[in-house]
Design a protein around this ligand. Structure first.
Ligand SMILES: Nc1ncnc2c1ncn2[C@@H]1O[C@H](COP(=O)(O)OP(=O)(O)O)[C@@H](O)[C@H]1O
Ligand SMILES: [Mg+2]
Length: 372
């Protein structure tokens, strides 16, 4: 089966800024793929190349097997949901939703019927006569959603649709989008800087930085097997240990820093003994030792620096050395006192190692609460 949306070597520059630097991505029919990356990495530019509001400088956009690179926006049959809702303030909710049908020359009677149906789908029936200013943020974004699906596009694009909503509404709308997609079966590219949103909604995630896609994969895959240190660092707020590779057994390496050792998977496969390396360790993959560690585990020594009560758990900051702090969440069954010395147990491998070029060994400040 051929892909529903395809980006082939897409390049887009603004003067000297290369916003999209040779993007290649194929989204299958019915799939939701997220472009995940920090602000300014080129996500919106990529979406605008797909909708047709920007023309790529190089490369092609293929939708449903058709090269649409030079096809105008309104002939691409794509729905878009925007971060700022982008509703017409002077039109009623119903007229906002019906607007794309009007542009397409659909008769008023049919327009009304289909707009009402779209409003029903986003559970806003009865509010068609209101104006956008008479709605809450969440309701306004539902109108945006209804407007994007009203002409039953095969492809719906989302540009940070939840960013302007508060935390509780974000969760609710996330669920709404997932459920709508299940029912309607459209193919989606979803743009966000929020890793939790990406992990929870996506069939696959494309992690972007500076106009480049670093890795594309299923959420579990990206999280467990990051291929670049950027991806490892970007997802899941990992702990870090920066040191020197002192041993190597098949695809695993032993990295030592300040007398502490951890076994890690050599993610790039290029680490040699004596090389500088950074190891990313998921907080949930280590535990506090009670009893003996098994032979397929390693232990690290740590001192409790600080704790923060989070309601369902407590987050501890643990010093592995005077330069390296790790964080760890524990349920209330385990209580640690500030100043207490503990052993941390990590599996083998306990993380993923990447070569570190140029920077001084153990120049890593570690990760502390509130740092990001
Ligand atoms: N119209 C524009 N003119 C010049 N530079 C732009 C324009 N739009 C975006 N950029 C730049 O292109 C890069 C990517 O922007 P954008 O695609 O909006 O990123 P994102 O959506 O990931 O935040 C940024 O460096 C941004 O400053
Ligand atoms: Mg953007």
């Amino acid at each position: 089966m051929s892909a529903m949306i395809e980006l082939v070597d897409v390049v887009k520059r603004y003067g000297d800024v290369v916003a999209c630097n040779r993007l290649n991505l194929a989204v299958e029919q019915g799939e939701l793929v997220t472009l995940l990356g920090a602000s300014g990495c080129g996500k919106t530019t990529a979406l605008r190349c797909i909708t047709g509001s920007l023309r790529p400088d190089e490369g092609r956009i293929i939708i449903d097997g058709r090269d649409v690179t030079d096809v105008p926006t309104h002939k691409r049959n794509i729905g878009v949901v925007f971060q700022n809702f982008a509703l017409f303030p002077h039109l009623t909710v119903l007229d906002n939703v019906a607007y794309p049908l009007r542009v397409r020359g659909i008769r008023p009677v049919v327009r009304r019927e289909r707009a009402l149906e779209a409003l029903r789908l986003v559970r806003l029936e009865g509010l068609g006569g209101r104006f956008p200013r008479e709605l809450s943020g969440g309701q306004q974004q539902r109108v945006g959603l209804a407007r994007a699906i009203v002409y039953e596009p095969n492809v719906v694009l989302f540009d940070e649709p939840l960013s302007n909503l508060d935390a509780k509404l974000r969760l609710e709308m996330r669920e709404e989008i997932a459920s709508l997609k299940d029912r309607l079966g459209f193919t989606s590219i979803y743009v966000t800087h929020d890793q939790e949103e990406a992990l929870s909604l996506s069939d696959r995630i494309a992690v972007m930085k500076d106009g480049v896609i670093h890795q594309v994969g299923r959420p579990t895959e990206i999280y467990a097997e990051p291929r670049t240190s950027f991806v490892a660092e970007f997802l899941g707020n990992p702990n870090r240990l920066t040191g020197v590779c002192v041993d190597r057994i098949q695809d695993q390496v032993v990295v030592e820093a300040d007398g502490q050792r951890i076994v890690a998977t050599d993610a790039s496969g290029t680490l040699g003994i004596g090389d500088r390396a950074v190891v990313y360790v998921r907080p949930e993959s280590v535990r506090i030792q009670d009893g003996d560690a098994s032979p397929d585990e390693t232990t690290l020594r740590a001192t409790v620096v600080r704790s923060a009560f989070l309601g369902d758990s407590t987050e501890y900051i643990l010093a592995l050395s005077d330069k390296v702090n790790w964080h760890l969440r524990l349920d209330h069954a385990t209580r640690l006192a500030v100043g207490e010395e503990v052993n941390l147990v990590a599996p083998r491998p306990g993380g993923r190692a990447f070569a570190l070029a140029g920077s001084p060994v153990d120049g890593s400040p570690g990760v502390a609460l509130g740092e990001r």
